[in-house]
Write a new protein. Structure first.
Ligand SMILES: Cc1cc2nc3c(=O)[nH]c(=O)nc-3n(C[C@H](O)[C@H](O)[C@H](O)COP(=O)(O)OP(=O)(O)OC[C@H]3O[C@@H](n4cnc5c(N)ncnc54)[C@H](O)[C@@H]3O)c2cc1C
Length: 430
């Protein structure tokens, strides 16, 4: 075809618009036989999407791209830190799951998404998609504390990581807790919304338990911009008054990871060890791909903007957003709970939506639900169970109903729940 001026201009504009992307990226995989869905992120949302896509649309080629070699569950990880859950239950082989369900697994870091070309770039090559499911989870907004001070960010990340994402940080945190011989341990709780709202308190409970049972002369101070749920306030006061101090309404103003100091609105605290949790946001790829929403003032909301009834990105029906990275679902309640259960349900709904589109039919509207088991007491044991359900109101807005219950006599329901989810997502027990 002769090169016309219009073609030349279009090609030049495309090249200018996407300077980050190599024009001739090596292919990561052989070309698909039919249409291909690429799922980026093998956490709770991505695993559900990949697995249900194979079941609902066997004609589609499905590829899961994940940077980690194996899956590690954040649910139950607090209990694991305290030695109360077997590591074997929480870690799973991605390749075995991919083989059981019949999708391709590629262990690679996705470096960029080129939405114009429908292409995912990875450190090992590029892969084209007909539909993309982006389920890359969260990132920590270190810039909120440190601006562009890279040295301070690196110090805080490497020495005081909070291990809130499944990337090896948990093992390092466990080693730090096991090596802690006493003194002041500080944990910062991020402002809402963040991943798994009750989890910082559950983690504090586990650390208090470790200090008490090991007779460690240490104190955990929780700096929290939010109020403490009553159940945790009671147990901290009754059982761990020498181990846990909770400071409500404590907004972090500055952190010096070298001098080990934190300044809040009311206090100036020195620490020996810390679990630092800055504010959270959607993961890096959502930013790179230009998928972040805007708040009422027109500033980036920090989370990926989604059509809440169909789960695709606002303005791009080829990209589905699943899991903790999404923005508000409804003006009536704001964000969905950032839970593994809910992420998995969104993954399944996105799979159904893509399956319907691939056949040219209109996807049915489905809404997720979430169940969450939280340990609120260890001696004697007690769980809190949080159930959230959703329905559509006449005006098209999503309504949330939340139920909270306590079980003073649990029999491992949290482990049973996890086993059920692992069976669905990872073909557990294999
Ligand atoms: C301590 C703790 C306890 C929790 N307890 C519970 C609980 O009891 N019940 C519950 O339901 N939820 C719980 N949660 C919440 C749950 O872990 C999250 O809601 C869930 O992990 C969200 O799933 P996701 O798929 O959005 O993200 P993730 O599970 O974080 O998955 C994202 C995946 O994307 C991968 N990824 C990211 N970027 C790239 C890239 N560029 N290239 C390749 N791969 C990439 C990551 O490696 C990761 O595997 C807990 C969380 C924490 C921290």
């Amino acid at each position: 075809m002769p090169t016309t001026r219009r073609h030349f201009l279009a090609a030049t504009l495309a090249a200018c618009a996407a300077p980050l992307f190599a024009q001739q990226a090596p292919a990561l995989l052989p070309a698909a036989q039919g249409r291909r869905v690429v799922v980026v992120g093998g956490g709770w949302g991505g695993l559900a999407a990949a697995r249900h896509l194979r079941a609902l649309a066997p004609e589609l080629d499905v590829v899961l791209v994940e940077r980690n070699p194996s899956f590690f569950s954040m649910p139950l990880s607090n209990k694991w830190l305290a030695g109360l859950v077997d590591e074997k239950l929480l870690t799973h082989d991605y390749r075995a799951a991919a083989q059981a369900f019949g999708y391709a697994f590629v262990q690679a870091e996705a470096t960029a998404i080129d939405r114009d070309r429908r292409r995912v770039h990875t450190a090992q090559g590029a892969v084209d998609y007909d539909w993309l499911v982006l389920a890359a989870g969260i990132r920590h907004d270190w810039a909120a504390w440190f601006g562009d001070d890279r040295r301070a960010i690196a110090e805080a990340r490497t020495r005081f990581d909070c291990a809130w994402t499944p990337d090896g940080g948990l093992a390092a945190l466990k080693a730090r807790l096991d090596a802690f011989k006493g003194g002041e341990l500080v944990m910062t709780v991020p402002p809402l919304p963040y991943r798994c709202q009750p989890a910082p308190y559950e983690r504090a409970l586990m650390i208090g338990h470790l200090f008490k049972t090991r007779a460690v002369p240490g104190r955990l101070t929780l700096l929290d911009p939010n109020p403490l749920p009553q159940r945790f306030a009671d147990v901290f006061r009754e059982q761990y008054k020498d181990q846990i101090a909770h400071v409500p309404h404590a907004r972090v103003k500055s952190v010096d990871p070298f001098a080990r100091r934190i300044v809040t609105d009311f206090d100036d605290l020195r620490f020996d060890e810390a679990i630092l949790m800055p504010p959270q946001q959607a993961g890096d790829l959502a930013w790179q791909a230009g998928l972040i929403g805007r708040d009422a003032a027109g500033k980036p909301s920090g989370w990926a903007a989604q059509d809440p009834l169909h789960l695709h990105a606002v303005g791009d029906e080829r990209v589905f957003l699943v899991g903790d990275l999404i923005d508000r679902a409804s003006p009536l309640f704001g964000h969905y709970p950032k839970s593994g259960h809910l992420a998995a349900r969104l993954g399944r709904i996105a799979a159904a939506g893509i399956a319907a589109r691939s056949r040219g039919s209109v996807p049915e509207t489905q809404l997720p639900e979430s169940n969450c088991f939280v340990t609120t007491r260890l001696a004697p044991q007690e769980f809190m169970r949080l159930d959230t359900q959703y329905r559509l109101r006449g005006d098209g807005l999503i309504v949330q109903t939340a139920k909270q219950g306590f079980d003073p006599n649990p029999h491992g329901e949290d482990v049973d729940w996890a086993k059920g989810m692992f069976a669905e997502l990872l073909a557990y027990p294999g």
